[in-house]
Design a protein around this ligand. Structure first.
Ligand code: NDP
Ligand code: MG
Length: 386
């Protein structure tokens, strides 16, 4: 029986790569559902090529246009954020690949977990906002969550080399982004284009800005904390500019298990879909004899304060990470729209966190309210900046 896959966010960077991966895997993998927010032209092309049974458009103002584009095609069109949740609950879908950007993916990933789907998780923000709740829901429903984020895929693979109680620490690697080695003065006036010019990875705009502030690594620390149920103090971040080692696990005997490969998201995407099996893939293989050096350095948390904040937030727990994530999403959008300066992103996150009173054991409703309030606070604060 073919594995039936839903891709939530199929028009994005991860989503498009996932479709290439599935196409190359051939028989045995079937695209059952796709979704976009507003890129309905691309979504309609994907529908014509991959023949899913469902397509969801979350931006309601684009649904009618999409219906026109797929007129005459036998497909169920769903709309709004509920459309994603409907897909995540469809009976005969086996794997839900979550490739939506931001906390907007929270509802659908929770629904997938409640409905016993295998989850290939790229969309890291829901894990940051509600990791405890999501992992508990997955456990209760016997759901396997396989990470797509390259570092977490590496850790997931490396952890298979030993017993959980023998793990000394997790070493999350990062390229350092476009501003590695720069001073505060040098990045104070960084433009949108500077921030979007990532040295290694070609990704969607939000995560690319997150890589420039190192917020991405901060989110990944929290993501790892929940995915692998490991205390945050056992997670170390190391800058590894060559991006050959995608992360490592150190065991108590001093053995370090690393996962290596070319920096190509098709590898972790494919692994999440074929797990526990592996298949020939479309990514270039690493040529070890062409590598001259692998270097590692400690991140500069004076310049990239978001990373240190991420650790603080992870230790605080409760609603802190929801504030951290929401303030970042709001600030990144403002930066991408030219409304604030690069360093204002981290400043706004700090201010929003300071203003927030943490709820220690929040329920879903409290997390969603916290998310909303943090976004609102950023909008208010930004007025005082201009
Ligand atoms: P993109 O911005 O390229 O794509 C995002 C996708 O989500 C698009 O299909 C977009 O639709 C859709 N979308 C946007 N806003 C909403 C919304 N409010 N509700 C529902 N769907 C929405 O992002 P990426 O592919 O880069 O990233 C996706 C996720 O994967 C993120 O959480 C990111 O952190 C994570 N990730 C990405 C990596 C990468 O290499 N890109 C690496 C590791 C993790 P539309 O096209 O219509 O806007
Ligand atoms: Mg990553």
């Amino acid at each position: 029986m073919a594995k039936r896959i839903a891709i939530l966010g199929s028009t994005g960077s991860i989503g498009k790569n996932a479709l290439r991966v599935i196409e190359a895997l051939g028989d045995g993998y079937e695209v059952c559902a796709l979704s976009a927010n507003s890129s309905v032209e691309l979504l309609s092309e994907q529908v014509k090529r991959y023949h899913p049974r469902y397509a969801a458009v979350t931006d309601e103002s684009c649904v009618e246009k999409f219906r026109g584009l797929v007129a005459g095609i036998d497909i169920e069109v769903l709309s709004g954020p509920e459309g994603l949740e409907r897909i995540a609950a469809v009976d005969d879908i086996d794997i839900v690949l979550t490739a939506v950007v931001g906390a907007a993916g929270l509802g659908s990933v929770l629904t997938a977990a409640e409905n016993g789907k295998t989850i290939a998780i790229a969309n890291k923000e829901p894990l940051v906002v509600a990791g405890q709740l999501l992992m508990r829901t997955a456990r209760e429903n016997g759901v396997t969550i396989v990470p797509v984020d390259s570092e977490h895929s590496a850790i997931f693979q490396a952890l298979q080399a030993g017993r959980r109680e023998d793990v000394k620490k997790i070493i999350l690697t990062g390229s350092g982004g476009p501003f590695r080695g720069k001073t505060i003065e040098q990045i104070e006036n960084a433009s949108r284009d500077d921030a979007l010019n990532h040295p290694v990875w070609n990704m969607g705009p939000k995560i690319t800005v997150d890589s420039a502030t190192m917020m991405n690594k901060a989110l990944e620390v929290i993501e790892a904390r929940w995915l692998f149920d490991i205390p945050v103090d056992k997670i170390e971040v190391l800058i590894h500019p060559q991006s050959v080692i995608h992360s490592m696990v150190e065991f108590v005997d001093g053995s370090i298990i690393a996962q290596m490969g070319t920096p190509d998201m098709c590898v972790p995407i494919q692994y999440a879909l074929t797990y526990p099996a592996r298949a020939e893939g479309i990514a270039r293989h690493l040529q070890l004899d062409k590598l001259s050096t692998l270097t590692f350095e400690k991140p500069d948390t004076e310049v990239f304060r978001a990373l240190k904040l991420g650790y603080d937030v992870a230790r605080t727990g409760g609603t802190a990470a929801a504030v951290f994530n929401a303030a970042n999403e709001a600030a990144v959008e403002l930066f991408l729209n030219g409304r604030i300066q690069f360093l204002d992103i981290t400043r706004l996150i700090e201010q929003t966190l300071e203003h927030h009173e943490v709820i220690p054991q929040p329920n879903l409703e409290q997390l969603l309210e916290t998310d909303k309030a943090a976004r609102k606070y950023v909008q208010k604060e930004v007025m005082t900046l201009s």
